[in-house]
Design a binder for this molecule. Structure first.
Ligand code: UDP
Length: 382
């Protein structure tokens, strides 16, 4: 029997799905992925030589948003049950089912009951965040308490929020996202020249911001800060992955109306974030809410670039302010602009932050350790 099937409702490439791809790619043979819909993450897993499972009929559930009302959730219940049956059939060769998202938790819990196999919830969210409806939060905690043998949280912040929301603390294990440092090229003059050519950038310093275009990732905070940063340009990498196209359009309008269009470059979703990061002068993180983990922060450190991040949530577990990066308060464009100016004006500080950042990230967030920690948590399910 194979060891673990990781189940995701979406096959888009968000942070949670990239985590899942990474641990399956670097973990033991007996780990595989299951998606409720076809998509880029599922295709990437297939390209790695795995045989991901795609459940037909899952697309309807993927469309339910996390702030959905109780009525919508109840309406989705029929779909959940038939999907759970399909999952139970597809997962019959696996010892443990690992739900990689909240929606996957509901389906996987029922499937694990049908199959009488242990369930693990891999928690990638701070579930006390107001973005989650109270109904979704209560249902998720109830399902976890009733059915999950272990809850694997992606940071202490996510773990603490789960416990604060009524989750059983003795079942929680923290497993950080991990990376292969060798897959993250270091910043260099060549990388910088290649980046400028690729995206048509000038010689001015480039601030890189990476992530989904969604209000809480705070791309608008960077645009506001840029008004106080003449002679500096921004490269915004990412797209509206989960239907937030209106915000993406707002950002473009904001750049136009504030006279920033010349200095702001929207690159859309890119598959080679590590290579792009190596070419920027600074990696920024601007989330307005506490980040459950913050993969882009670790990736910026691994690129050997100075990182300026918003404090809160998992980011405070990654960055030591003034040592491995700089932290600024959320939604504070003025503080962000001050921090950017400080680093750009002081090359010695920039190199010191970049060097300690890379060393710390490579040591603390290695994919091999992540796979070991996950394997240990899975072993505890019996
Ligand atoms: N990412 C990507 N292409 C893009 C933008 C982002 O591959 O155009 C990746 C990024 O490198 C990171 C992940 O998406 O690994 C985002 O993870 P994070 O934890 O920062 O945020 P989440 O999406 O989980 O909220």
């Amino acid at each position: 029997m194979k060891d673990a099937l990781f189940v995701s409702q979406t096959a888009e490439k968000g942070g949670a799905e990239l985590f899942m791809l990474d641990i399956i790619a670097h973990g033991p043979e007996g780990w595989n992925g299951c998606f409720f819909t076809e998509g880029p993450a599922e295709r990437e897993l297939a390209s790695l030589g795995r045989q991901p499972i795609v459940l037909s009929g899952g697309a309807g559930l993927s469309g339910i948003r996390r702030e959905a009302s109780a009525l919508k959730l109840i309406g989705a219940a029929g779909g959940v049950i038939s999907l759970a049956r399909a999952l139970a059939r597809a997962a019959s060769g696996y010892r443990v089912i690992c739900a990689n998202s909240q929606k996957a938790l509901f389906v996987s819990a029922l499937a694990s009951l049908i199959m009488r196999r242990p369930l693990v919830w891999v928690l990638h969210d701070i579930i006390t965040d107001p973005a989650f409806s109270a109904n979704t939060r209560r249902a998720a905690v109830l399902f976890a308490n009733l059915f999950a043998s272990r809850v694997v949280a992606n940071s202490k912040a996510s773990a603490e929020a789960f416990i604060a929301a009524g989750g059983k603390g003795d079942r929680v294990r923290v497993v950080y996202c991990g990376f292969d440092p060798a897959a993250h090229p270091q910043g260099s003059p060549e990388a910088s020249a290649t980046l400028r050519q690729r995206f048509g950038l000038s010689d001015a310093p480039v601030l890189g911001l990476f992530g989904r275009l969604t209000p809480w990732k705070g791309q608008h905070v960077l645009l506001q800060a840029l008004k106080d940063l003449p002679g500096v340009q921004a490269l915004i990498v990412g797209s509206a992955l989960f239907g937030e196209d209106a915000y993406a359009a707002e950002l473009r309008t904001l750049a136009e109306t504030e006279g920033l269009a010349e200095r702001v470059h929207f690159a859309g979703f890119q598959n080679d974030v590590a290579a792009i990061m190596a070419g920027v002068d600074l990696v920024l993180h601007t989330s307005t809410h506490p980040e459950p983990f913050g993969r882009v922060v670790v990736e910026g450190m691994l690129a050997g670039r100075p990182v300026i991040a918003t404090s809160g949530g998992g980011v405070n577990e990654i960055v030591t302010d003034g040592d491995t990066g700089l932290l600024v308060p959320p939604s504070d464009p003025a503080a962000l602009a001050v921090a950017v100016r400080r680093v750009l004006a002081d090359p010695a500080l920039a190199s010191r932050l970049a060097e300690s950042g890379r060393a710390s990230a490579a040591q603390r967030f290695h994919i091999a350790q992540t796979c070991r920690d996950m394997a240990n948590a899975l072993k505890e399910t019996g």
